[in-house]
Design a protein around this ligand. Structure first.
Ligand code: ZN
Length: 265
């Protein structure tokens, strides 16, 4: 990939990250997880405004990552702290956009259909992961959009749809059993619904890689929390972000991981 093309794709990713941050904020308000301290007029709804005082943001206060750096992580209008999660989400999206384009090129899939499909999937996966991380909820609308997108992807890609449906059914069933055993502690119904998407999207054997990675990373994180005494055994850790991380790693790296496993055994 040429450097200039890479920069353009990265910046495009930053902008989509900015969109995700806005979507997270609006969804949290919608779900009544976040109270707004000021009335939003119809005029302001269309444009960005300060989370704290409702003041309309100027264009230069709204540039991904750079605004956060220039303003030193504080709002310009009322000097309140701006979450580090804003620039982090934007940078993650920039990196994922680059990885995705590299992946599409090396798999000879650089067509508009694949580009659109993969970008939509990345946007809603990252949205769900960050939302679950912050609020312990995987929003249904995002999971439904993901399932619809990937369903059309499977049909138009002339894949063996029965095998993908079976993979979705088994994945969701597996998490549903865990949900029933743990009585909903740790594995929520949101995770079960997300597994339908994962199975449809990844199919066998990639779905196994995704679960494998998700459970290992989730366990490492959980143990880490206990060791550093930031949590006890009853603390809730959202599992959605790990499922999504597993999905992304399986999506882009499953071939390498499966080869590695075969070379070990
Ligand atoms: Zn303000």
């Amino acid at each position: 990939m040429e450097i200039l093309v890479g920069i353009i794709i990265f910046v495009l990713g930053l902008c989509f990250g900015s969109f995700i941050n806005m979507l997270i904020y609006r969804t949290a308000v919608q779900y009544k997880l976040k109270k707004i301290k000021f009335p939003i007029s119809n005029d302001k709804k269309a444009r960005s405004f300060c989370d704290y005082c409702g003041k309309q943001l100027k264009l230069y206060e709204n540039i991904p990552v750079f605004s956060w750096l220039f303003l030193k992580g504080k709002t310009k209008c009322c000097h309140k702290k701006l979450s580090i999660s804003y620039p982090v989400v934007e940078i993650i999206m920039g990196i994922l956009f680059i990885i995705n384009f590299q992946f599409l090129i090396s798999n000879d899939k650089l067509n508009w259909f694949s580009i659109l499909l993969s970008l939509l999937i990345i946007v809603f996966l990252v949205f769900s992961a960050v939302f679950d991380w912050k609020y312990m909820i995987l929003p249904d609308f995002s999971t439904i959009i993901l399932i619809i997108i990937v369903f059309f992807g499977v049909i138009f890609d002339e894949k063996n749809i029965i095998s993908y449906l079976l993979s979705a059914l088994i994945s969701a069933g597996f998490l549903l059993i865990l949900n029933l055993i743990t009585k909903g502690n740790g594995m929520g119904m949101g995770d079960v619904k997300l597994a339908i998407f994962m199975g449809l999207f990844l199919g066998y054997p990639n779905i196994i890689v995704a679960f494998y990675v998700a459970f290992i990373l989730g366990a490492i994180y959980g143990i880490g929390l206990i060791i550093f005494k930031k949590a006890n055994k009853k603390s809730q850790v959202p599992f959605g972000p790990f499922l999504i991380l597993g999905t992304l790693i399986s999506w882009f790296l499953s071939e390498q991981i499966i080869n590695l496993v075969y070379s070990i055994y």
